[in-house]
Design a protein around this ligand. Structure first.
Ligand code: DX5
Ligand code: ZN
Length: 218
């Protein structure tokens, strides 16, 4: 069954604890946390303090997506704050293998993120060392953007790579996922769907999660 990971980027930060509890009760599988530094992406969001603050609020895995330069400087802080998964952009990591080992050294599951224009081949020499591939279907920086359809063949390509190598690596899709686009992702091989605006901009979050899950599987 496909996992749904609501992105708190579209939540109401003035009542973040309640917003997380609501999606947990509503059937979410993971909580997706978007960390932006104003350098790698043109927006600034949150840091380890918020991860630490929300850790006791939920038992769901915290999936921390680092859209930052020099992630090595902050991995320990996010690990100690309670991240279960930490994903880093291939485009931001000149020493990607070292960064992945650093994440694992703190007992956190590592993942690699690819921007829409980065080819699947960027994963070739790292995929055996990670638990998760995160494929961006928007250019990172903001919630509420439109799904970039040209990424769908890349999902299939990564799925094929994982199957051929016999690996246990999850494929997660992030950006513009909603009831219209979810099935394109799962048909291509996605295991986890991030949904920000498609969950948090709806009055009934439980219904929104159910609708995305149903649309992805029917
Ligand atoms: C974009 C973030 C996404 C974002 C998704 O830079 O990485 O996680 O919150 O938002 P939606 O689902 O609204 O596209
Ligand atoms: Zn994200």
């Amino acid at each position: 069954m496909v996992k749904i990971a609501p992105s708190i980027l579209s939540a109401n930060f003035a009542k973040l604890g309640e917003e997380i509890k609501e999606v947990e009760t509503g059937g979410a599988d993971w909580i997706h946390v978007d960390v932006m530094d104003g350098h790698f992406v043109p927006n600034i969001t949150i840091g380890p303090l918020i991860v630490e603050a929300v850790r006791p609020v939920t038992t769901l895995p915290l999936d921390v997506h680092l859209m930052i330069e020099n992630p090595d400087l902050y991995i320990e802080a996010f690990a100690k704050a309670g991240a279960d998964y930490i994903t880093v952009h291939a485009e931001a990591c000149p020493h990607l293998h070292r960064t992945i080992q650093l994440i694992r050294s703190f007992g956190v599951k590592p993942g690699v993120v690819l921007n829409p224009a980065t080819p699947a081949s960027a994963l070739e020499y790292i995929i055996e060392d990670i638990d998760l591939v995160l494929l961006m279907t928007v250019n990172p920086g903001f919630g509420g953007q439109s799904f970039i359809h040209s990424v769908v063949p890349k999902i299939q390509e990564v799925k094929q790579m994982i199957t051929e190598k016999g690996l246990d690596v999850l494929i997660e899709i992030d950006g513009g996922v909603n009831t219209e686009t979810a099935k394109l992702c799962t048909d291509a091989g996605a295991d986890v769907l991030v949904a920000g605006s498609a969950v948090y901009n709806k009055a009934d979050r439980k219904q929104a999660i159910t609708d995305i899950r149903l649309s992805a599987t029917m």
